[in-house]
Design a protein around this ligand. Structure first.
Ligand code: NAD
Length: 466
């Protein structure tokens, strides 16, 4: 690779810590900064503060080699950086993006730029709505530094991150594309040098386009999920249709799933977004679609589809519980339900906006005793839910015996063991809210699967004839 760069990463959450660790692993000299002392100390011991496959080994390696060091965030600890990456949080506040962390991080970087003797670029990696980098971030940086964007001042860029939690290291190391949003040639050059060890498509654009690419990407993925969930709800209502068969039929369209010269399917990852379920969660899709909807409305564009994507998703966890609760055949107060999975998806300890937590609250609100299990996310879930909503169980295999019903809410691989001994579900109500099992897997249970109702409507004539 070309000369290694000095890179300072501000914010060490999923994006900051993974980016910093991978950039250091590729040979750059990296500082990572956070405002929380416990995170800084843990990183310097080589111990990650988030759960990601492969991160403990890689972090331990780059810390031991001295290529990555963590500091408490300040203008002084930014050091001798060629590139400063802003990776702080951009949460949702009243439906709009909250730029508080971005503003304060940019002000800190601006103070550092004021005394910087040579050119450096500030690159936003956080997800921010189009126009943020070249207006808000630029203004804060210019005010705090007394310098302007350009060769004589500093560089400004936007490099959206597409990693998926649970697969973050693999995604960062093997991206499908890297977007080089930039406001000046110096920043484009530094981005090219920073990613020199990577070999993939690169997309050089202005910062607004870079920001829009990230939102459009998330909105289109969220759209697939909500659209298929709505279609699955229709299939279940009509009855006699399994939405998974419908998905198979749709996914065989070569525009979704191309057929190679050897006659084999490509089976792209997008197909997993078509599996019906209890809705999307996590720190990105819900807040990003909402932020884009709010931005659209503020510019006079009525965001009909973005609104529908959010509405379907907000109602889905409760909708899928409807037939499950009905199956108890009466008052559910005092019943015991075992909820399997609390993380918003497998492979992560992140419970932000998890559909599972919404289901937990709904069940508890109906007077049900909720036993809950997750291989790694239980502490985060309890902190989010507060006291009295769920009782965490360490061994779901034991807890299952005392449950009247079971809800599979997160596709953790270990839950596939349910099928190894189907008799354990005998006499219980089982909701497969992630379509992990084929219908018929549990013949002695009352099974409900999203998008499947075996009982066909006797006649649809009265429904379709006005
Ligand atoms: N999590 C994902 O899967 C993902 C994927 C792509 C993009 N993103 C985007 O990346 C950004 C970061 O996401 P995340 O999940 O890593 O967030 P996070 O909340 O996990 O981490 C943010 C970190 O920034 C720190 N921080 C806040 N202000 C700071 C400051 N002034 N100086 C130093 N540190 C500061 C916080 O203490 C925290 O550790 C968001 O905009 C998010 O939308 C996230």
């Amino acid at each position: 690779m070309s000369e290694p760069l000095s890179i300072t990463v501000v914010g060490t959450g999923y994006v900051g810590l993974v980016s910093g660790t991978c950039l250091a692993a590729k040979g750059h000299s990296v500082r990572v900064l956070d405002t929380r002392r416990e995170i800084v100390d843990s990183i310097n011991r080589g111990v990650p503060t988030i759960h990601e496959t492969g991160l403990p080994e890689l972090l331990a390696d780059v810390v031991a080699s001295g290529r990555l060091v963590a500091y408490l965030a300040s203008a002084e600890t930014i050091g001798d950086a060629d590139v400063v990456l802003l990776c702080v949080g951009t949460p949702s506040k009243d439906g709009a993006i909250d730029l508080g962390q971005i503003r304060s991080a940019a002000a800190m970087v601006g103070r550092w730029l004021a005394g910087r003797p040579r050119f450096a670029s500030v690159v936003v990696k956080s997800t921010v709505v189009p126009g943020t980098t070249d207006t808000v971030v630029r203004e804060v940086l210019e005010r705090a530094s007394g310098r302007a964007v350009g060769a004589a001042g500093f560089g400004l860029g936007m490099n959206p991150e597409f990693l998926r939690e649970g697969e973050a290291i693999a995604d960062f190391m093997h991206p499908d594309r890297i977007v080089f949003g930039h406001e000046d040639p110096g920043t484009l050059d530094l981005l090219r040098r920073m990613y020199a060890p990577w070999n993939c498509d690169t997309i050089p654009v202005n910062t607004r386009t870079a920001e829009m690419i990230k939102y459009a990407n998330n909105a289109m993925l969220a759209l697939q999920i909500s659209a298929m969930n709505e279609l699955a709800n229709v299939a279940a209502a009509v009855g006699g249709i399994d939405a998974m068969d419908v998905v198979k039929g749709v996914a065989a369209d070569k525009r979704w799933n191309p057929i190679g010269a050897d006659g084999r399917r490509a089976d792209p990852a997008i197909l997993s977004y078509l599996v019906p379920g209890c809705g999307f969660g996590g720190s990105c899709f819900p807040k990003d679609v909402e932020a884009m909807r709010t931005l659209a409305a503020s510019f006079g564009v009525t965001p009909l589809i973005l609104q529908a994507v959010l509405d379907v998703n907000a109602s889905q966890p409760v909708s899928v519980l409807g037939p499950f609760l009905k199956a108890f055949g009466g008052d559910v107060t005092g019943r015991t339900v075992l909820l399997l999975g609390l993380a918003f998806k497998p492979g992560t300890d992140d419970v932000r906006e998890s559909a599972s937590l919404r289901m937990a609250r709904h069940l508890a609100g109906r007077g049900i005793r909720v036993l809950a299990h997750d291989p790694i996310a239980a502490p985060q879930a309890v902190a989010d839910l507060g006291p009295g909503v769920v009782e965490i169980v360490d061994d779901w295999n034991v807890a299952i015996a005392s449950a009247d019903g079971v809800v599979l809410a997160t596709r953790w691989p270990e839950y596939s063991n349910l099928a190894a001994d189907p008799a354990r579900l005998a006499g219980k109500v089982f909701l497969d809210a992630r379509r992990m099992f084929a219908p018929g897997t549990f013949p002695h249970a009352r099974c409900i699967a999203v998008g499947y109702s075996p009982a066909a409507a006797p006649s649809i004539d009265r429904k379709i004839t006005p």
